[in-house]
Design a protein around this ligand. Structure first.
Ligand SMILES: Nc1nc2c(ncn2[C@@H]2O[C@H](COP(=O)(O)OP(=O)(O)O)[C@@H](O)[C@H]2O)c(=O)[nH]1
Ligand SMILES: [Mg+2]
Ligand SMILES: [Zn+2]
Ligand SMILES: [Zn+2]
Length: 1503
């Protein structure tokens, strides 16, 4: 009937219940009665968890009490609003008595909250409710379960000599039990006197609430019948201890006559009962004596006042009682007028001591419960089904332990976490570090390690779930959450009790051994025993995780476990993140649990991670518990190590303000613990835990409890390393130093010197660490993270106010912790804008790569994280896009300049001065254009780095690289542009010269034709066409006979140009050679080719002589094309036609128009279209469906490798490896050709441009009809030439019209402007059609591409090729973004065999992969090391520009292993070497696996 889920509100009948209703109502607790308030509601971070102002109404009191209690604030019972002003009469009547408040909350709290409250109250040294007065039930309740969690340590005086101590759960301790009760109203203040007795040595006053404390005089409504309990526990100091042994003291509130059951209960369990009374009545005497008879072994002691004068007991009724009960004088404690409070309490204390000395009867709370049953008092732990079945299930598990040794038990029943798991951890680490390959080949060794890993995993697959684990999992699988919680609690209680005995014995042995300075091995053995013998609930959880790991992917049997664990985690139970015993993370388990949790919170899981680090047993868990009201296991009784996590939800209304939804707390255990310090690898373990924890946390709390102790220094050293590493990987954690046990108001100012010292120490450590981590630019701690000596140091007074175990918690502790917590929350708030908190999936991603990096010792170089990789890749993509926009803009600008120059030269005579000026102007324009573009790009990059998404903070360290790349890009393009402009000028001038020669010759011919025409017309006979042709022919031959060819330049002496220009239709220009030489210089520098001057000159001569041949060829071709005689011959037919037409006076308008269009417009239009076609094609490629291929260099590699694999063609691999540049160019060319031929996109692109230019031509024709003053030209024959020239002038802004040809066409033109333009418009239409038809007919795309001034394949090449550097070991190409990066990097490296590396003596190709080598102990030598052996590990000192991270996973390198194994023999043949010796394991790799490995290596998901 008392289940907390009971739906109906109980009806209040009796008058006592009336009081309860009143209080509940006043406190706003009705909805929680009975037992409906849970611990979870306290685990939320809410708005008022930040502000702890006084409660402004009674309704706020319960929450305030609970929150403060959880923070261990000893003032929490106060019910007075802090702001209240004390009006005289109003007093505190408005508020609630503190005890009423506490009791009301106990009535409303559920079992777990009650338990938590008890624990914290006992830390505050408050008396605890032992018998809770009845609420709506008829009987009171014994709060046994609720006290289960309380554990205490003390030193009874019989252990003083051995300095031993006892630690136990308080409910299990057998001790004398003494009760204090009163009869009716008694003038002696019982509770205050008790406080005096119990708190004497520790100056504590308020164990029991009393009338003189704040609001203690407010009437109480629900307290009567309450039995409170408190314990006296000696600390082992004779001067401090009041009693030498533990003692339980109970205090009954209210008159005994109205709480008969409670009184009867107390008499049954107590060794003595102190009755406070002023007088007594007949009925009461009867009651007391009847009880005396039923419980003969308990003694009554009367506490009375004596009269001032008579010095006798005031009331005669008491005398009667004394005789009735046959009490001796020693049983009467009387307060005379002489006795002040202190003296009287001494009397009482003496009486108690006396009782204890003579007491043979002691009892535990557990035993007490049977008395309670007899009296019909309920016991809380049996109140609900959930509790009962939880207990039963826990017993079920506990039973399996029996009397076995714990170590044995663990081996048999929790086998997965034992040897196999530890061995796996070792193997995985060895796989990264490759420390012991013996004389095996590295790759063979690696494969062997992997085989063993697989073996263990296979063996584990045969695992049969053991009995305890079955029971454990079954119990957790219950749908009743209460039952589950009870189960966990019961189990952990019984396990604690169980291992307590074993461990304390071992600890004693260890201490003894340490004292006697026994040899290290024995110590280590004891250490190990201690570890082996500890058994807690975490071991079962650990095993559960292991079971999940084993069965994941094999069976669905345990697939629900993560769900359960996620629920448990959300209920505030800490879960192991890192198993410190094995030093390993069950990655699948942790990931799946957190992912379940992620979905349980609706996939909104922005996290803030707060972690604490510090020496073992320095109060870290205590601190976190006090700060957040959580329940990390506390106390010295533990010897686990690792990291535990716990989640706190943030209240909805606070989420926006804080910018996150959850806080993840990480508590570390076992760092620098004295127990574990003997284990040889403990330093490494600590290091790993610290690095991981620091890496995961946003705020790291470093707990310092022992100044300057060596342990602390070790921890600081470790932490400094961790911070340094984080900085390198782009994470900047915040850190706070918490100095514990520092008291006094002046703590902060007094410790200035200490802080100075700490920061000096830290600086010193940073220097050392930076050297070790090879980060020489770091010299101060503040270089590593944002650290403010004033703000990041916290001083927290000692936890205990006095000497434990009797000391209460120090209020100052709670206050300081509270202040610290507020600061943290404020800090979270203030970082909201600058930080983009990760959600659980990203957190996991981060965790996995962090852990991987930890496994490699060489942390910095091995850290590669998919989050970072993605962030980097994203930036590269954008950057590439901006770079192309930049280039495009400039390319267009240069193309425009080319037309302008050509136009300028036609318009103006070849005046060098003017030309110079003109060029300067153009260059200035170009340069300002460059500046603008550079500016734009820089802006874009800046904006990018301001973004909140895309994890830009992770790629902060590449920022400089990218800015530099922009600057370099600007320089590079500027150089190219200037060169290009110079070339254009030179070429155009040459062209112009040729044209002038042509014009001259044409003039000559035209003159001859005119003359001939005249002479023919003068002869009166009509000549036939045949005759005319003959005379024309004769004239022609005579005229052209004198025309010489163009003079050939001496190319060899003026030498050379860029090779790819050779195929163009252009002439040779000196800038070509210049370019070529620069290119050679550039390559010499960048490919690290070391040469001397002579060698360099030879090389250049060699290359240039080759080039010169090509250039000469090109020049000759040009001369041939432009041969004046040929040129004339080409127009011979035109002149003949003109001659004939003129002779016959035929209308030749049509023909002239056709000639104009075909000879002048058509080439210009084609030129126009081709000029921008290059850019258009690039744009087309970059917007096509396959554009991602070029989006970043990594993706490009991925595409190519994938394609190679699919093609499965040896020669293609050879080309890829040996002639990478050509391979890439060809590949891109093929892609372009495919793209352009499919979908007819080339036609579309050309047609688009065609439409534009035709439109322009038509418009130009219209404008050309008018003269300069916009007057229509008169329709006279003479005006036709003017019109045509107007037209050409207008058009020449956009296109290059060959004016010499135009002149030729206009020769002797006899048509009128109007008819000419009419025909022209028609002809242009025809031209459009013709060109379109030609486009449609485009078959030879390579030919088209070759004719383009801007080659799309070159532009795309620049984009994907990058810096062109190759790995010094395997020759793989760098993939880093931008062209100016600090470090070269490639996603996948390959066996060195592909770089033709072989054993010098055997000629056998070398199969190791550089990513393996650089993390091994092996050495290499080559010319860069001057032939000396150099460790691969330190490749950095030889190749400082390269960063070679380990493979992201074992599978990542499968691709190249597959390729090598497939083509081993053929590569050997190709390289003229012997085939590599391939590990057998590689032969198992299939093509599918190889493909998969690409996805892994380039972290491309699901493609
Ligand atoms: N004297 C003293 N004891 C403390 C203080 N803080 C914690 N303790 C006690 O030290 C023991 C170990 O604390 P715990 O929080 O488990 O330390 P952890 O190992 O660092 O997590 C517990 O028994 C605490 O009660 C303190 O400030 N002063
Ligand atoms: Mg701890
Ligand atoms: Zn390599
Ligand atoms: Zn590079």
């Amino acid at each position: 009937m008392d289940s907390p889920d009971q739906p109906d509100l109980p009806c209040f009948v009796a008058h006592k219940e009336h009081g309860l209703r009143k209080i509940l109502c006043k406190l706003g607790l009705e909805e929680y009665y009975p037992n409906k308030m849970s611990l979870q509601c306290l685990l939320k971070i809410t708005g008022d968890s930040i502000t702890d102002t006084g409660a402004d109404s009674e309704r706020a009191l319960p929450m305030r009490f609970l929150k403060r209690l959880m923070m261990l604030n000893a003032e929490c019972r106060s019910t007075v609003a802090q702001t209240e002003d004390y009006d005289e009469d109003d007093g505190e009547s408005d508020t609630v008595n503190p005890l009423d408040l506490v009791i009301a909350i106990f009535h409303c709290a559920d079992s777990f909250l009650q338990q938590a409250m008890m624990l914290k109250m006992s830390m505050c040294q408050f008396a605890l409710p032992l018998l809770l007065p009845p609420g709506t039930e008829s009987q009171c309740t014994l709060m046994l379960w609720a006290m289960q969690d309380i554990r205490k340590e003390w030193r009874p005086h019989n252990l003083l000599d051995t300095r031993g101590f006892v630690e136990d759960g308080i409910v299990n301790v057998s001790m004398p039990f003494i009760s204090f009760v009163r009869l009716r109203k008694c003038s002696l203040p019982k509770s205050q006197l008790l406080n005096e007795i119990m708190g004497k040595a520790q100056q504590i006053h308020n164990i029991f609430t009393h009338i003189d404390m704040e609001a203690g005089n407010v009437p109480r409504y629900i307290v009567d019948g309450l039995v409170e309990i408190t314990w006296y526990l000696p600390c082992g100091n004779k001067n401090l201890d009041i009693f030498p042994k533990p003692l339980a003291v109970a205090n009954l509130r209210g008159d005994i006559c109205s709480s008969e059951t409670q009184f009867a209960f107390l008499t049954k369990v107590s060794s003595a009962i102190f009755v406070f009374l002023d007088q007594v009545e007949e009925a009461e005497i009867k009651l007391l004596s009847s009880i005396k008879n039923t419980a003969p072994e308990s003694k009554f002691l009367l506490v009375v006042k004596t009269d001032k004068e008579t010095k006798r007991i005031n009331d005669p009724s008491i005398e009667q009682l004394i005789s009735q009960l046959q009490l001796q004088s020693s049983n009467i404690i009387s307060k005379s007028a002489k006795d002040n409070k202190s003296r009287f309490s001494n009397k009482l204390t003496a009486a108690v001591t006396h009782v204890m000395q003579n007491c043979k009867h002691s009892i535990t709370l557990r035993q007490i419960s049977s008395v309670a049953y007899d009296l019909g008092i309920q016991v809380d732990e049996d109140q609900t089904d959930a509790s009962r079945s939880g207990k039963k299930a826990a017993k079920e598990v506990e039973k399996t332990i029996g009397v076995r040794e714990v170590a044995d038990y663990k081996k048999n029943f929790l086998p997965l976490q034992g040897e196999p798991w530890k061995r796996l951890a070792q193997l995985e680490k060895e796989e990264c570090r490759l420390l012991n390959p013996g004389d095996q080949h590295l790759e063979t060794y690696k494969a062997q390690l992997q085989e063993e890993i697989q073996d263990i995993k296979n063996k584990q697959g045969n695992y049969q779930t053991t009995k305890p684990m079955l029971s454990f999992i079954n119990a957790l699988s219950t749908s009743d959450k209460q039952e589950r919680a009870f189960f966990l609690k019961w189990l952990s209680l019984s396990l604690d009790t169980h291992s307590q005995k074993v461990l304390s014995k071992l600890r004693r042995q260890l201490k003894e051994a340490q004292k006697q300075k026994i040899d290290k091995d024995t110590l280590a053995r004891l250490d190990q025993q201690l570890l082996d013998s500890s058994l807690g609930i975490e071991h079962y959880f650990r095993e559960m995780g292991q079971i999940y790991e084993v069965f994941k992917g094999r069976s669905n049997m345990f697939s629900d476990l993560p769900n359960i664990a996620a629920e448990i985690l959300l209920n505030g139970v800490p879960l192991e993140l890192l198993d410190g015993d094995a030093s390993n993370i069950p990655v699948n388990w942790v990931r799946d649990v957190l992912m379940k949790l992620h979905s349980a919170v609706g996939e909104i899981s922005r996290l803030w991670v707060v972690a604490v680090l510090g020496v073992q047993s320095t109060g870290k868990s205590t601190l976190l518990n006090a700060m957040f009201g959580v329940q990390f296991p506390v106390s010295s009784g533990r010897c686990t190590r690792g990291a535990f996590m716990l989640l706190l939800k943030i209240e909805e209304d606070l989420r926006e303000e804080l910018g996150c939804d959850l806080i993840l707390l990480i508590d570390t255990e076992g760092l620098k613990s004295s127990e574990m310090s003997q284990l040889e690898d403990s330093y490494e373990h600590d290091n790993q835990i610290a690095t991981l924890v620091v890496g995961l946390s946003d705020i790291t709390i470093i707990n310092i409890a022992m100044e300057n102790s060596t342990e602390m220094k070790d921890i600081l050293q470790i932490v400094v390393h961790a911070f340094l590493r984080m900085k390198e990987v782009g994470k900047k954690p915040r850190c706070h130093f918490v100095h514990q046990n520092v008291a006094g108001v002046s703590a902060h100012s007094k410790t200035t010197a200490e802080r100075r010292q700490l920061i000096d120490q830290l600086d010193e450590m940073v220097k050392i660490a930076a050297k070790m981590e090879k980060q020489t630019e770091v010299v101060k701690f503040t270089d590593v993270l944002d650290y403010d000596v004033e703000k990041n140091n916290w001083y927290i007074p000692g936890l205990w106010h006095g000497t434990p175990p009797m000391a209460p918690v120090n209020t100052g502790y709670s206050e300081a912790v509270h202040e610290f917590k507020n600061h943290l929350i404020e800090e979270i708030k203030s970082c909201k804008t600058e930080r983009h908190p990760s959600q659980i999936p990203e957190f996991l991603e981060w965790m996995q790569s962090l852990w991987k990096a930890v496994k490699y010792e060489n942390f910095i170089f091995s850290f590669r994280n998919t989050l970072v990789a993605h962030a980097y890749d994203n930036l590269c993509r954008d950057f590439n896009q901006w770079e192309w926009e930049f280039r495009k803009q400039i390319l267009q600008c240069v193309a425009g300049a080319e037309v302008q120059i050509s136009h300028f030269l036609t318009e103006n005579a070849d005046n060098l001065n003017d030309l110079q000026q003109f060029i300067t102007k153009i260059k200035q324009n170009a340069s300002s254009e460059l500046k603008t573009e550079e500016q734009k790009m820089t802006e874009k990059l800046k904006e990018y780095y301001k973004r909140k998404d895309r994890h830009v903070h992770l790629i902060e360290k590449y920022k400089v690289d990218f800015f530099n790349s922009i600057r370099c890009l600007q320089k590079e393009i500027e150089h190219v542009v200037n060169n290009k402009l110079d070339t254009i000028v030179e070429l155009e001038r040459n062209m112009k010269k040729v044209r002038d020669i042509h014009s001259e010759h044409m003039k000559m011919i035209e003159e001859q034709v005119s003359r001939l025409l005249k002479s023919c017309k003068d002869t009166n006979t009509q000549l036939s066409d045949e005759q005319l042709s003959i005379v024309f022919e004769k004239m022609w031959t005579e005229t052209v006979i004198n025309i010489a060819g163009l003079k050939e330049r001496d190319i060899d002496s003026s030498v050379f140009a860029q090779l790819h220009l050779v195929k163009s239709q252009k002439d040779y220009s000196d800038t070509f050679t210049n370019d070529l030489l620069k290119k050679i210089d550039h390559d010499l520098v960048h490919k690290n080719l070391k040469t001397n001057t002579k060698c360099e000159v030879d090389l250049k001569l060699y290359i240039c002589s080759h080039a010169a041949r090509d250039f000469l060829e090109m020049h000759r071709q040009f001369l041939k094309n432009k041969d004046p005689r040929q040129h004339l011959e080409d127009s011979k037919f035109r002149y003949l036609s003109d001659f004939l037409d003129l002779y016959h006076e035929k209308d030749h308008c049509q023909r002239k128009v056709t000639d104009f269009v075909n000879l002048c417009l058509k080439p210009a239009v084609t030129d126009y279209i081709n000029r921008s076609l290059g850019i258009d094609i690039v744009d087309e490629m970059l917007t096509s469906t396959r554009s991602t291929e070029y989006s970043s260099r990594s993706y490009f590699q991925f595409t190519i490798l994938k394609e190679l694999l699919q093609k499965d063609d040896f020669q293609s691999y050879v080309k890829y490896i040996l002639k990478y540049e050509i391979f890439v160019k060809d590949w891109i060319l093929m892609r372009i050709i495919n793209e352009l031929s499919s979908e007819r996109s080339i036609v579309k692109l050309k047609s688009k441009n065609l439409a534009v230019i035709i439109q322009k031509i038509n418009e130009a024709i219209e404008t050309a009809k008018a003269d300069r003053d916009d007057q229509l030209l008169p329709n006279d024959i003479e005006n036709t030439s003017i019109l045509v020239k107007n037209l050409c002038r207008t058009l020449s802004k956009d296109m290059r019209i060959p004016m010499d040809v135009v002149e030729g066409v206009l020769f002797q033109i006899k048509s009128k402007p109007l008819s000419f333009t009419d025909s022209l418009l028609e002809a242009v239409k025809d031209l459009e059609k013709l060109l379109k038809a030609e486009f449609d007919d485009t078959k030879n795309i390579p030919h088209v591409l070759q004719g383009l001034a801007i080659k799309p394949q070159d532009e795309l090449f620049k984009r994907v090729f990058g810096c062109g550097q190759q790995c010094p070991f395997c020759l793989v190409h760098c993939e880093a973004g931008g062209n100016e990066h600090n470090k070269h990097f490639a996603s996948v490296h390959r066996p060195q065999a592909f770089g033709s590396y072989r054993c010098m003596t055997t000629e056998i190709l070398c199969e190791t992969i550089c990513t393996t080598d650089v993390h091994s102990e092996n050495c290499f030598k080559n010319c860069d090391t001057n032939g000396e052996l150099h460790p691969y590990k330190n490749y950095h000192s030889i190749y400082p520009d390269w960063i070679i991270p380990p493979d992201v996973s074992i599978e990542a390198s499968d691709y190249w292993k597959y390729v090598l194994q497939r083509y081993n023999d053929r590569f050997a043949e190709e390289y003229k070497a012997k085939p590599a010796e391939i590990p057998d394991a590689w032969k198992q790799i299939t093509r599918e696996k190889a493909l998969e490995s690409l996805n892994i290596a380039y972290s491309i998901k699901g493609s």
